[in-house]
Design a binder for this molecule. Structure first.
Ligand code: URA
Length: 437
């Protein structure tokens, strides 16, 4: 007979729990035999004592078993996950891009959380687009169009929703084993045989230390492999917004323009999309020069065509992409002094853009015009605020200018992956596109 008090005490005292314990804990909570107070006590013990690889795998297996699991929509399809960032429209770009390169993409996504944007909200800013696809319709679209982005079904990993809610209320999110099992269980249940994880690190991520981000990346790859899946994880910078646009409709618009070929504008967004795209092709067993394949799909318009097809399959009207325009009320934010842009607070900008969208609609938000490290003259434009002008003065506080340039930062700090995925098909992305401020 499973004894929850004893399991809590063992974890509290630094001992490991067996696979059967984890199964009993998850099932017990699901069926009311383990209450929230007991689970919260155990979660706090996990934060202090940690979970080893076997415990993390056992917890993940128990979470997957709490709901339905889907079959892979296509044998070589891939899924992509970002741990959450600001101005991160990469999913809207790389999903059709990779599909246009011949590898199907079956992506289940979430909504905005705190200051970080949600892919579903950005898609739904495009008129008519639906993300509540049934598992059957989702799989059929991946087979017919090559890609789909849909909301995670409530029927997959229901235990995660309950446990994550409790972690949120009890400040027990910050445990590598709990985070890895929460993320990977949802990917396993969704069925794709290969994943790419984008683990954000920096002041705009819930992981601020590089070492912790690397540990999480390695744990998620190892965990995925223990379920027979292939995975690559990148640790990427989130000390400033990834792309220029922040806000649901503005990010959809930025993705549209990027895929249409207006790519010169933002080096960081382009570099990360190339890097993620080639990693997704590599885990999907694509062959040849993967970077050249990605660049060709962008240059020929094949990636944009796939974007249009994906949106049409999910309900967008023919002119929905043309209707994406920024809000008509705009307020420029200007530098008050000359110097180097030293910091741009992604949390403040993410929260401000979310509030602007809530007040002024999906065409509102912020477009950042300068990058950390750039030299600015007094009066230069730093950003434009779209929507309610009353928000502008506080948004200006997110930008700090100093006399000396800040140290350079990489965009991609680290990469790890299943055997054969990192060098598959030659180049994955030019090094020169990776080392930047
Ligand atoms: N995202 C998740 O899905 N789960 C976590 O535990 C943390 C981030």
């Amino acid at each position: 007979m499973f004894d929850m008090r004893s399991a809590i005490a063992r974890k509290r005292d630094g001992r490991r729990l067996e696979a059967g314990d984890w199964a009993s804990i998850v099932a017990g909570h699901q069926h009311g035999l383990v209450d929230d107070a007991q689970l919260a006590a155990l979660l706090m013990a996990c934060v202090w004592r940690g979970l080893d690889a076997n415990e993390t795998a056992a917890l993940t297996r128990a979470m997957v078993g709490s709901g339905e699991t889907l079959a892979a929509p296509a044998p070589n399809c891939v899924d992509k996950h970002s741990s959450g960032g600001v101005a991160d429209s990469a999913s809207l770009i790389v999903v059709p891009l990779v599909a246009a390169c011949g590898i199907p993409v079956a992506k289940l996504s979430g909504r905005a959380l705190g200051h970080t944007g949600g892919t579903l909200d950005k898609l739904e800013a495009i008129e008519g687009v639906r993300t509540d696809l049934s598992p059957e319709r989702f799989a059929a679209q991946v087979r017919d169009v090559g890609c789909a982005i849909a909301a995670q079904s409530e029927r997959l990993v229901p235990a995660d929703k309950r446990i994550y809610g409790l972690r949120d209320r009890t400040s027990t999110v910050e445990c590598l084993g709990l985070i890895a099992s929460s993320i990977v269980s949802k990917k396993i249940a969704a069925g794709a045989p290969a994943f790419v994880f984008d683990v954000k690190v920096g002041r705009g991520s819930f992981l601020t230390k590089l070492e912790a981000a690397r540990d999480l990346a390695a744990a998620m790859v190892e965990l995925s492999e223990s379920f027979g899946r292939k995975a690559v994880a990148l640790v990427t910078d989130m000390n400033e917004p990834l792309g220029p646009a922040i806000g649901t409709g503005l990010e959809a618009l930025a993705a549209r323009d990027f895929l249409r070929g207006a790519r010169g504008g933002d080096r960081r967004l382009r570099a990360l999309c190339e890097r993620l795209g080639t990693a997704m092709l590599a885990v999907g067993h694509a062959e040849g020069d993967l970077l050249a394949t990605v660049e060709r799909a962008l240059a020929t318009g094949a990636a944009y065509e796939r974007f249009e097809k994906m949106l049409a399959a999910q309900g967008a009207a023919g002119d929905a992409l043309e209707k994406l325009t920024p809000h008509k009320t705009l307020t420029p934010l200007r530098a008050e002094r000359s110097g180097y842009l030293a910091t741009v607070d992604p949390v403040a900008l993410g929260l401000a853009a979310r509030a602007l969208v809530e007040r002024s609609g999906s065409s509102a938000g912020i477009v950042v015009e300068k990058r950390i490290g750039e030299h600015v003259e007094a009066g230069d434009g730093l950003a434009t605020v779209y929507g309610d002008p009353a928000a502008a003065p506080r948004i200006a506080d997110a930008f700090a200018i100093e006399d000396a340039p800040p140290p350079e930062r990489p965009l991609v700090y680290w990469e790890t992956g299943s055997p054969g995925t990192l060098s598959a098909g030659g180049r994955t992305a030019a090094r020169s596109s990776v080392e930047m401020r």
